[in-house]
Design a binder for this molecule. Sequence first.
Ligand code: ZN
Length: 310
Amino acid sequence: MPKNYLPSSVKRNEGEEEDAVLFAFQKFKSKFMPKVAIIGGSGVYDSGIFKKEKEVRIKTPFGYPSSPIEIGDFLGPEGDASRPYGASQKIAFLARHGKNHQFPPHKVPQKANLWALKKLGVERIIGICAVGSLKKSFKPGDIVICDQFIDFTKKREYTFYDGSTSSPLSSKAIHISLADPFCPELRKLFFKEAKKLKIPVHQKGTYLCIEGPRFSTRAESKFFRNFADIIGMTLIPEAVLARELEICYLSLAMVTDYDVWQDSPVSAEEVIKTMKDNLEKIKKLLKNTIPQIKIQRNCPCKTALKNAKI
Ligand SMILES: [Zn+2]
């Protein structure tokens, strides 16, 4: 078993390794483990870009993830095997809200989700989500490659390093840097490809994450407009926990509505409809871009813990 599939501070408890890890190592061996995972948000309950080969339910020290994780062969354009992440590469998919959308944003088992993906050997996560727009120039149907976030959530589990001795990671506190919270390599690549495909895309955008599950009041929405471009409920702590596990994280946010700073109130129905209408853009972007991700990571994400310990 590769020694470095979890950060060095992880305590490896005998018997903790569950079927997923055994599946990944025994059936596929390490080179066939999924290195890229997609986390699908509202309206995205399957990736639609790969042939499902296996579904694994993984028990983690934080309970079960929000859905079984699908693993399969990635169907790159024309199955170009010469590309590093071509047709033969494994990819994983996890439905953030569960297959039946049973987990509201504040109840998504984020720690279990991230831990399970790390256990499978995932090094890069592409998080897809629906967001409201706080600015006129961010139109419904646009894709935002977020570069910053502001956290307005209130009571979530924000860290694997919670200082408790029962934590599977070191009981010492760490202070991870999130000055640039998203993987620079993935952001650059996805923007370039979206442009090439003529998909309406924003190279940057500040995502403001609220607790939910309710939408904002008009006053809140107007207040948030001063600081951010888009608003959603799921990015936190997903992006933070990925960084703690030294996984590259990219947020691909689909604008589904103008938040209530505009005259009409947001409806959940409208959000889902716009998401479904625009899903093809996301699939096209994933299909064309994932095969171009280089296996070697040259970004700071992979050593995020290096200077985080006191
Ligand atoms: Zn990275």
